[in-house]
Design a protein around this ligand. Sequence first.
Ligand code: ZN
Ligand code: FE
Length: 258
Amino acid sequence: MEEVLHACAFEDNYIWLIRGTSPSHVAIVDPGDAAPVLAALEKRRLTPVAILCTHHHGDHVGGVGDILKVYSIPVYGPARERIPTLTHRLADGDRFSLPELGLDFEVLDVPGHTAGHIAFYGSGKLFCGDTMFSAGCGRLFEGTAEQMHTSLSRFAALPEDTRMYCGHEYTEANLRFALAVEPGNPDILAYRDQARAIRQQDLPTLPSTIGRERRVNPFLRAGLPGVRQAAEKQAGRALVSEVEVFAAVRRWKDGFRG
Ligand code: ZN
Ligand code: FE
């Protein structure tokens, strides 16, 4: 049985529907819009048991209110962000169970994209919102490069077969940038072809895995000499620490038009 279903919202958002041991119950992750979620629940005859929110941006929480008008269910989310609909305010190290799904989750504080951004980790799956994307990472709207580097390092330390579900389908554009950073990386070249074929069928490139992200994601690879050299060339100066390399790669991506 496929464990994680999805609904699409807006241009490129994914709203994940996590199924556990029960085929008919789901948890909804980051419902930026209610309509596609309610349609998916109805079509597949699914009953939601909880909403999980990674951060306060509208494209991740905008549909919570309308879902709650139809289903009275708990809303788990970051303690340090202002999301009025939360019933369970979570911070680093918190754990909770969704018994209807037979699933347990651990909470990771992963600031950088927003100041209070959290991720949900459990059963070999990571729901990381806009902190990490496949072959990329979120923009630094509220956090520092150092915070984001620390957050991504925590993801990188998870088991390599961890399946990673992020908030947006940005993979192909991210891989164009990844190739600008590491033009000869065979894993990036292979993944680019694979992602193109998947997108041509209008399917999600996700989930990715932590193992793959370590091989292709430039934001997890700031410690490698090749990435450092590319970042130094771009920045026009020597970069001393890994965080400096990371910050330079993030700035490079901000202005990148691939
Ligand atoms: Zn966001
Ligand atoms: Fe987003």
